[in-house]
Design a protein around this ligand. Structure first.
Ligand code: FDM
Length: 212
């Protein structure tokens, strides 16, 4: 019917430091929403499957060197190259769970010393998330979880700086969840937040754009 034809999916982003539990929680949320018969897909950035994504992947694993501005713009280009597909999916009613987005882009590059407004500029006009869940973990606790895989940014001192920039980016669409709670508690909170968001989007909340 008409209502369903016009209802769109929600853009739900998970953010947080490395080892905050984003990847585990996004896949759990995916299974939950699937079980609720909600059309949903799980995406992640960087999307390493594209040509740009392969350049990013090689940089992250220290197989290539790029200056800070260049890699920043590649991360952004990697979101831009998915933008139209993202919009098509959302408008056709599919909810997207996205593991990292522009907030990672700005927080990580600013933590290297790039100007934050410069970092935000290429993100302007990308689709704005309907919900950002920030999995909040003290950098020391994240490091103590182990399993930093040796990629470029996986160092405590750097993660501390990233955490500071995430705080600066905090806006009205953000919900912080304590990432040190038991996994099931975080999962439950995420389910509630996601269902509320999906309902609001189905009811006709317009899609908007980032940082314009
Ligand atoms: N990262 C991720 C950035 O620096 N900028 C970005 O725009 C994005 C999306 O890349 F260290 C960083 C964050 C992290 C690394 O790691 C990607 P995962 O494990 O694939 O999330």
């Amino acid at each position: 019917n008409g209502h369903h034809a016009s209802s769109r999916g929600a853009l739900i982003v998970l953010e947080g430091l490395d080892r905050s539990g984003k990847t585990l929680q996004s896949s759990r949320l995916l299974s939950y929403l699937e079980g609720e018969r909600i059309p949903v897909e799980l995406w992640r950035f960087p999307d390493r499957s594209t040509c740009v994504g392969q350049m990013i992947s090689s940089y992250l694993s220290n197989k290539s060197e790029l200056d800070d501005q260049t890699i920043h713009l590649l991360f952004s280009a990697n979101r831009w190259e998915k933008r139209s597909l993202m919009e098509t999916k959302l408008r056709s009613g599919t909810t997207l769970i996205v593991d990292r987005y522009s907030y990672s882009g700005v927080a990580f590059s600013s933590a290297k010393g790039l100007n934050i407004e410069w970092c935000k500029a290429p993100e302007m006009g990308l689709l704005a998330p309907d919900l950002v869940v920030y999995l909040d973990i003290p950098p020391e606790k994240a490091a103590a979880r182990g399993g930093y895989g040796g990629e470029r940014y996986e160092q405590l001192e750097f993660q501390r700086k990233v955490a500071q920039y995430y705080q600066i980016l905090h806006d009205a669409t953000w919900k912080s969840v304590d990432a040190c709670l038991p996994i099931e508690d975080i999962e439950k909170r995420l389910r509630e937040l996601a269902m509320d968001c999906v309902t609001t989007c189905h009811k006709g909340k317009p899609l908007s754009q980032l940082w314009l």
